[in-house]
Design a protein. Structure first.
Length: 373
């Protein structure tokens, strides 16, 4: 039976580096491992991958393979060729690969340090959603909120019990070591001790206040200072107002995420404000002065004669104050010419007289007339 090219099996180029070959093997070995793979013929593919790696990872064997191909090992048998599964593997020199492989599949090989649960750890961060009005976001405000948070138990001071002693199951190490047998051989695996939950310490008496958790759930009222310029979707961090830490660790942080209600007249785009200004036909045609309500009081705006519908006029510095720089955005006034739906007899007569004059002399009418010729 013809064997597949070893480079093709691992999916690497013939000039691949040792690291590239090693990386390809680890990826494929994890993919086809019979204990976890659902691939068809996973065991055969797994052996095929192992056979290819056992040759290409060895400089001398790789040199022979590059020169003679599979025939280089036709009569060697055992460690040199005629592979059957993993006969060519030197497990002692490849322990780091298998440790990485097993750890990637959820096993602990005991290579790294066991987790020390007695070290101080910061508490969990909390997220609170808050809905505020448009004006509150623009000008800033203060609001009281209620949150449920875990605080350190005052009875046991976060320990969860009284009269501590070393765990007899793990002998104070926090981990239990077991032998894991695999098709590669035997490995020592470490798991967190289920009796002391990795702390290495147990207590004669469990704290009745927190029931051994070391923390108690508390509802707290917190005053939040909302800065001017906050926008929809922004988050505000309040340091130290999250869940209590463990073993003397600092509290987590509280994050406030804002939703801002829409305004009746204004529309906000980042730090800029937009407002529609209704104009009559005569105000747009003859020009006028209009009073504009800004975020900081009313201002007079001159509407030039001949103003068109949907024109945009800019009021510098009348937008929202930026929450980071303090610089204010701009306000844009969008004209909206209102056509009267009903006319009095006198108004209709005046419009008819006006229509007899040359009102279609603008460039827009001229362009349209040229289009239909």
């Amino acid at each position: 039976m013809n064997k597949k090219d070893y480079y093709e099996v691992l999916g690497v180029d013939k000039n691949a580096s040792d690291d590239e070959i090693k990386s390809a093997f680890k990826k494929l070995a994890k993919k086809y491992h019979p204990d976890v793979s659902k691939e068809e013929n996973a065991a055969e593919k797994f052996k095929e991958v192992g056979e290819a790696y056992s040759v290409l990872s060895d400089p001398e064997k790789r040199r022979q393979y590059d020169q003679f191909g599979h025939s280089a090992f036709a009569n060697n048998g055992g460690a040199g060729g005629g592979f059957s599964g993993f006969e060519g593997f030197d497990f002692n020199n490849m322990s780091d690969i298998f440790e990485d492989l097993f750890e990637g599949m959820g096993f602990s090989t005991g290579r790294g340090r066991s987790r020390n649960t007695n070290v101080p750890r910061k508490g969990a961060d909390l997220l609170h959603h808050m809905t505020i009005d448009f004006d509150e976001a623009v000008y800033g405000t203060k609001k009281d909120i209620k949150i449920d948070v875990d605080e350190e138990c005052s009875e046991c001071h976060g320990k969860g019990g009284f009269d501590s002693k070393s765990c007899t199951e793990c002998h104070g190490s926090g981990t239990i070591t077991k032998e894991q047998r695999t098709m590669f051989g035997s490995f020592l695996t470490k798991t967190t001790c289920p009796y002391c939950k990795g702390s290495g310490t147990v207590y004669e008496r469990t704290c009745s206040e927190c029931r051994g958790r070391g923390k108690v759930a508390t509802r707290k009222t917190i005053t939040v200072t909302i800065p001017a310029g906050i926008d929809d979707g922004n988050r505000l961090r309040i340091a130290g107002k999250g869940a209590a830490g463990t073993n003397g660790g600092s509290n987590g942080d509280l994050y406030i995420e804002f939703s801002v209600r829409e305004h009746e007249y204004y529309q906000r785009v980042e730090d800029d404000i937009y407002i529609e200004l209704p104009l009559t036909i005569t105000e747009a045609a003859l020009g006028s002065k209009k009073e504009i309500p800004t975020l900081y009081g009313n201002v007079d705006l001159t509407i030039p004669a001949g103003t068109q519908n949907s024109e945009k006029m800019r009021l510098r510095g009348k937008g929202v104050e930026n929450i980071n720089t303090g610089r204010k955005g701009d306000m844009y006034v969008i004209t909206k010419i209102i056509i009267p739906e009903k006319l009095t007899r006198e108004q209709k007569r005046l419009f008819e007289e006006l229509d007899e004059t040359e009102l279609d002399n603008s460039k827009y009418f001229k362009t349209y007339k040229n289009c239909i010729k």
